[in-house]
Design a protein around this ligand. Structure first.
Ligand SMILES: Cc1cc2nc3c(=O)[nH]c(=O)nc-3n(C[C@H](O)[C@H](O)[C@H](O)COP(=O)(O)OP(=O)(O)OC[C@H]3O[C@@H](n4cnc5c(N)ncnc54)[C@H](O)[C@@H]3O)c2cc1C
Length: 433
């Protein structure tokens, strides 16, 4: 089959979840998810920290969509995990102030409550109070949040793909989109192997390449992106019970879209340190050869766009140097966590974890865009800057996107409501209002 009503570019957790809701609500439509890798969730959607994040870090004004969808994502993932017998471990999270940053914790407490957390779920503690719960952690004060969980987003994406396939969605794997042309009423989509697809409507959920795809069809041309590789180190088994919860420190530069490396508990009980945020030249810049290949084109693109202001900014340069340092030196990276978990010995940590890459969108003024970006045309819809906590909030977020598209009549859907797996679609939307 090469003619589709809807083609979704990107088989990460976002593209797969969009297809999931679309397939329940638009049963008569031919839907395809086109993914260049041999499986879904091959890139960022499996290469992350695996947290269902509590929404205390997100300013309810500037990161409204991230905050709202993360809050509702928690109960939805909990329910889906139960239904499919997938791991969902409520193990909580602690944000620590190593220095005098209690005011930041107070702000995060306020945001957490504003974003829907209950005051039983988020508490400000002194260093002494925390040490009764977590004796190995050193800090002056801490925010303890119980409503935070560890999961495996690759397993979730696989399972959603199976559900979506059962409803008739075609998953075209090993299929890289290399060209997109618009005719009067169809998109002509060319794949790397020469196959041609026709689509009446296009959804761009291409993660680290979503900005490039948007540019290819003349959308969001004032924006660009910078890619950051987040690296991890695996802790040996003797450290797996050193804390009960994952531990984050107060972000040094809160306006940047990433945090300092944390102490992470995974869904399987193992522990890791990471991620840092090393600037790289490609959304797939896991190794030197890919970065060298993209060095010249990406540098030229950044110099021609708003990213130029960012890369000549002194604060950004200092941060980039620190992040590169913690990529080259394991000890430097681990010392960032030893500030609050001094028991960790870098010599005992010898195995690297799986790195993942975030692509942060920059506006023409050289500033990071704080929230998810939605761009639409008459025949396409583009989701850009879909970064953390994107995996946490992807179920309610995708329901919101499909509802937006259905309500504009784009798909001429006969069904505005349906049972989608364990949820009634209208109930998900009602929660988001
Ligand atoms: C280090 C790190 C840690 C994170 N930790 C967390 C966390 O703990 N909790 C959380 O909620 N979020 C976390 N996130 C964020 C979360 O992982 C992302 O928001 C989410 O995975 C984005 O999903 P996606 O589907 O948009 O992108 P992706 O997973 O990147 O999927 C996009 C897909 O599009 C495909 N594609 C691109 N171009 C083409 C093309 N031309 N043709 C065909 N296919 C194409 C790619 O191959 C890719 O598979 C983290 C992110 C990073 C980088």
């Amino acid at each position: 089959m090469t003619n589709f009503d809807v083609v979704i570019i990107g088989g990460g957790i976002l593209g797969t979840t969009l297809s999931y809701f679309l397939s329940f609500l638009n049963k008569s439509k031919k839907i395809a998810v086109v993914e260049q890798a041999h499986k879904v969730a091959f890139h960022t959607s499996k290469r992350n920290t695996g947290k269902v994040h509590a929404p205390y870090l997100y300013n309810p004004e500037t990161k409204k969509m991230y905050a709202k969808t993360a809050f509702h994502g928690y109960t939805m993932w909990e329910r889906y995990a139960k239904l499919k017998d997938l791991p969902f471990k409520q193990d909580g999270v602690i944000e620590v102030a190593v220095d005098n940053q209690k005011d930041v914790l107070e702000r995060h407490l306020k945001w957490g409550l504003q974003n829907g957390l209950d005051d039983n779920e988020i508490k400000l503690l002194s260093g002494a109070e925390l040490s009764k719960i977590e004796p190995e952690i050193r800090c002056k004060s801490a925010l303890y949040v119980s409503r935070d969980a560890s999961v495996d987003y690759a397993l979730f994406t696989d399972s959603l793909m199976q559900d979506s396939s059962k409803n008739g969605t075609s998953f075209l794997l090993n299929s890289e989109v290399t060209d997109i042309q618009k005719t009067a009423d169809t998109w002509k989509i060319t794949l790397r192997d020469g196959r041609l697809l026709d689509a009446k409507f296009l959804i761009n959920a291409a993660g680290g390449q979503s900005v490039d795809i948007a540019h290819a069809v003349g959308v969001a041309t004032k924006f660009t992106d910078i890619h950051f590789r987040g690296e991890y180190w695996k802790a040996p088994a003797e450290y797996h019970t050193i804390t009960k919860s994952s531990v984050y420190s107060v972000p040094k530069l809160p306006e940047y879209p990433f945090l300092d490396p944390h102490w992470i508990i995974r869904a399987d009980g193992s522990c890791e340190i990471g991620p840092n945020a090393v600037p790289v030249f490609s959304p797939y810049g896991y190794d030197l050869s890919e970065n060298l290949r993209q060095l010249v084109p990406k540098t030229l693109e950044m110099l021609r766009s708003g990213a130029r202001k960012m890369i000549f900014d002194r604060e950004f340069q200092e941060l980039a140097l620190e992040e590169i340092g913690s990529s080259l030196s394991k000890t430097m990276m681990i010392n960032r966590v030893r500030r609050f978990l001094p028991k960790i010995d870098a010599n005992k940590i010898t195995v690297r974890g799986t790195a993942g890459i975030r692509s942060s969108v920059i506006d023409d003024d050289g500033k990071f865009v704080p929230d998810i970006m939605l761009e639409n045309t008459d025949m396409s819809f583009h989701i850009l800057n879909y970064n953390s906590p994107g995996a946490t909030g992807v179920l309610p977020f995708s329901a919101h996107v499909i509802d937006t598209l259905n309500s504009t009549g784009i798909f001429c859907s006969q069904q505005q409501d349906a049972k989608c797996g364990p949820w009634q679609f209208s109930e998900i939307l009602a929660r988001l209002c």
